[in-house]
Design a protein. Structure first.
Length: 102
């Protein structure tokens, strides 16, 4: 099953609002994607759908085996000098192959 089929099945199963919450997509973005009218790159959308629903995991050099969704969340957190784990994550994420292109 590809990511678009997965997205459609989750919309049918859970409803649009829950899919928006799970993936972090706005109402407008989800609507455009479902209607094949999204003007941007679908790579980011694919990543969000797979992270939310595909139960994929990655090996983080700092945290070990973690779900892709957590990996993306950790990448989005701000750097903090006062938190040793955030410092290690920041350094590791700079060259990590799982780093988001955003």
């Amino acid at each position: 099953m590809d990511w678009y089929e997965l997205l459609n099945s989750k919309v049918t199963e859970l409803g649009r609002r829950q899919v928006e919450v799970d993936t972090g997509m706005s109402k407008t973005t989800l609507s455009q994607v479902l209607n094949n009218k999204y003007p941007g790159s679908l790579a980011n959308i694919e990543q969000k759908v797979l992270a939310a629903y595909a139960n994929l995991s990655v090996t983080c050099p700092v945290l070990g085996e973690i779900p892709v969704k957590r990996c993306l969340n950790e990448q989005g957190k701000p750097f903090s000098h006062s938190n040793p784990q955030r410092v290690r994550l920041y350094r590791a994420c700079q060259t990590c192959p799982h780093r988001s292109k955003q």
